[in-house]
Design a protein around this ligand. Structure first.
Ligand SMILES: NC(=O)c1ccc[n+]([C@@H]2O[C@H](COP(=O)([O-])OP(=O)(O)OC[C@H]3O[C@@H](n4cnc5c(N)ncnc54)[C@H](O)[C@@H]3O)[C@@H](O)[C@H]2O)c1
Ligand SMILES: [Zn+2]
Length: 371
């Protein structure tokens, strides 16, 4: 691949209480009928407010309850509901899995997609791809679309009201963006957008990291008190827009491949969020890249200040055997995995050892803190 490619959503709107303007903004892109998807929890938090706003704007809709997994079966079921309701606009309201499902359904219906994240837990809202899992939650594949969402509405008041763990998870997901894009740029590898990294994506990915180190902790503390602060507004934009544009057109490398590898394990790790697994994947990538102790400890300290996992024990993997970690590493280095976007060859043995090294580096750092 020799072309530079940059892709992005049609419109991004962020602010306090924008949920109540959903009807206005949806009407601005199409007069069609909508399929609105949210899970049981999110209907009460934001979904019903979206419907009220659609009612006011005169947008007709079908309401659909998401069952919790971004799987092929669930996507096909919801696409069936959309066809019955003659929907040409799919509105996804909720966390990353709901949004990924909404994008897949919209692609099947061939219409518009509107994304309303209710947490800043991932950079799923902006991308033209979904992460597809089995019905049991094991990573299966990335599904790519020919366009990004048409409209993204981010209500910072809703996000400030969500559990702080969602925000810290989104910060961890976003902090991987520059680490991975930097490797992809060096390797001249192909990004998720299907080309070389542009200067625009590089600048966005760098800025994403800068905003997180400057304001991440302040934003996390803001959410503990459920308040919308300028620090929170900046971090929500970094987690959602900067990270989304930065990872998609900047490229993924080992951090996300290792995250995907962790999904093959059973047990408590399944209750860790996407971002929490990505945090550990990022530390493992930094170990593989032979980054300096100063650089690695800067990340470990930052994750600790956000109460993110930095050791295998923190991920509930203290009892994982060598064979378990090898299975993770094998999945992370499958032929089509983004770990091969690193500027040097990596094997499953390299990744398994980097995982153990990341665990040890964090343990040693924690021990130093106690002294
Ligand atoms: N497509 C992409 O580009 C991309 C990027 C990053 C991550 N992802 C995917 O995103 C998924 C992870 O998303 P996630 O971490 O948001 O988790 P999730 O979607 O699995 O779960 C979110 C949970 O939070 C609840 N919730 C949502 N809003 C809430 C609120 N305001 N208050 C309280 N609870 C709320 C939901 O009911 C749900 O139970 C993974 O499948 C990951 O692979 C996709
Ligand atoms: Zn991610």
């Amino acid at each position: 691949m020799t072309e530079r490619i940059f892709i992005s959503p049609g419109k991004y709107v962020q602010g306090r209480d924008v949920t109540d303007k959903a009807g206005e903004y949806v009407k601005g892109i199409s007069d069609g009928k909508a399929l609105v998807i949210a899970d049981d929890i999110v209907w009460d938090i934001a979904g019903n407010r979206v419907l009220e706003s659609l009612d006011k704007a005169g947008v007709q809709y079908t309401k659909a309850v998401f069952n919790g997994e971004a799987s092929t079966n669930e996507i096909n079921r919801l696409a069936g509901l959309g066809k019955e309701g003659q929907a040409t606009i799919v509105v996804g309201v909720g966390g990353g899995k709901t949004l990924d499902t909404a994008k897949a359904v919209s692609d099947q219906l061939g219409g518009y997609s509107v994304i309303i994240p209710t947490t800043a837990s991932t950079d799923a809202p902006t991308s033209a791809l979904s992460v597809i899992y089995s019905d049991e939650g094991v990573f299966e594949s990335y599904k790519f679309y020919n366009k990004n969402p048409d409209l993204i509405l981010v209500d910072t008041k809703t996000i400030a009201g969500a559990p702080p763990r969602f925000l810290s998870s989104g910060i961890a997901d976003a902090l991987a963006t520059w680490v991975e894009a930097r490797a992809v740029i060096e390797a001249r590898a192909t990004t998720m957008a299907g080309g070389l990294t542009t200067i625009a994506a590089e600048a966005i990915a760098r800025k994403c990291e800068e905003v997180l180190f400057d304001y991440g902790v302040l934003a996390y503390e803001s959410v503990k008190r459920k308040v919308v602060t300028p620090a929170l507004e900046s971090v929500v934009e970094a987690n959602t827009l900067l990270s989304g544009l930065g990872f998609e057109s900047g490229g993924l490398a080992a951090a996300h491949a290792i995250h995907n590898g962790f999904t093959v394990l059973d047990g408590e790790i399944h209750h860790m969020t996407h971002g929490e697994k990505v945090a550990f994947g990022t530390l493992s990538q930094l170990a593989l890249e032979k980054r300096s102790i100063e650089e690695i400890e800067r990340y470990i300290a930052f994750y600790i200040s956000l109460e993110l996992p930095v050791t295998l024990e923190d991920l509930h993997l203290q009892d994982a055997s060598d064979e378990d970690l090898y299975r993770v590493a094998e999945a992370a280095t499958k032929a089509d995995e983004t770990a091969h976007n690193l500027p040097f060859p990596v094997t499953a043995d390299d990744v398994k050892d980097a995982i153990i090294a990341a665990d040890q580096y964090s343990k040693a750092f924690k021990a130093k803190l106690k002294k």
